[in-house]
Design a protein around this ligand. Structure first.
Ligand code: AMP
Length: 218
């Protein structure tokens, strides 16, 4: 299954991708996570991307497309994938179509996570992740359970807030989403791939809605 998760920052794409990958046996490919790994490792790409990310802007399309092409060539992506946070611009969406057409494996569906924009700033500024295993929590909606399981990887998650999740940057990122990413809704609707999910619900309910959307035809 080859799927794109589309939605504003904080709409729950990453959390839902984490829940679905195990059931479907396919990887979550998050360009934000790939970029953060480059920043942590201090690669040349990471050094270039950091200031752009911290400012809440988008990294250039050529860099992102090169990174995604390399990731899709890895063996675990052969059976499918959930793309999370990519594509974010029309040129990225066109680049993705070309890449997938070259291997004769087009997208199966694009899930749009529809949420009330007024809730997004609160959701994102409450987001925390474990700096060891990357698992995401939310001080408002998904606090760390006691005792914390953390995928069984970390006995006690050490929670950090992403620098770009601070409230001022979040507002900027939402503006960037409206200007550059929201046009993808029309792009994928025209191609008959878009399935909209009302994502203002509990984690389990949204998962059920995503699964149902994947079952129904476009
Ligand atoms: P995310 O974790 O998806 O919210 O991404 C964090 C930041 O990484 C974004 O605010 C952008 O600066 C950058 N980024 C992630 N994915 C992309 C993309 N597909 N295109 C451009 N920039 C991206």
């Amino acid at each position: 299954m080859r799927i794109v998760f589309l939605g504003a920052p904080g709409s729950g794409k990453g959390t839902q991708a984490q829940r679905l990958i195990e059931r479907h046996g396919i990887p979550q490919i998050s360009t934000g996570d790939l970029l953060r790994a480059h920043v942590r490792e201090g690669t040349e790409l990471g050094r270039r991307a950091k200031s752009v990310m911290d400012a809440g802007q988008l990294v250039d399309d050529a860099t992102i497309l090169g990174m995604v092409r390399a990731r899709l060539a890895e063996p675990d992506a052969v059976r499918g994938f959930i793309l999370d946070g990519f594509p974010r611009t029309i040129p990225q969406a066109e680049g993705l179509s070309t890449m997938l057409a070259e291997v004769g494996k087009p997208l199966d569906a694009v899930i749009l996570f529809d949420v009330d924009p007024a809730l997004l700033v609160k959701r994102i500024s409450g987001r925390r992740s474990c700096q060891d295993c990357g698992r995401v929590f939310n001080v408002h909606t998904a606090p760390v359970p006691v005792p914390p399981p953390c995928n069984g990887q970390c006995p006690a998650p050490r929670l950090i807030q992403r620098p770009d999740d601070a409230e001022e940057t979040v507002t900027k990122r939402l503006g960037v989403y409206e200007a550059q990413t929201a046009p993808l809704v029309g792009f994928y609707k025209e191609r008959g791939l878009l399935k909209t999910v009302d994502a203002d619900a509990s984690l389990a309910e949204v998962t059920a809605r995503v699964e149902a959307a994947l079952q129904r035809g476009a």
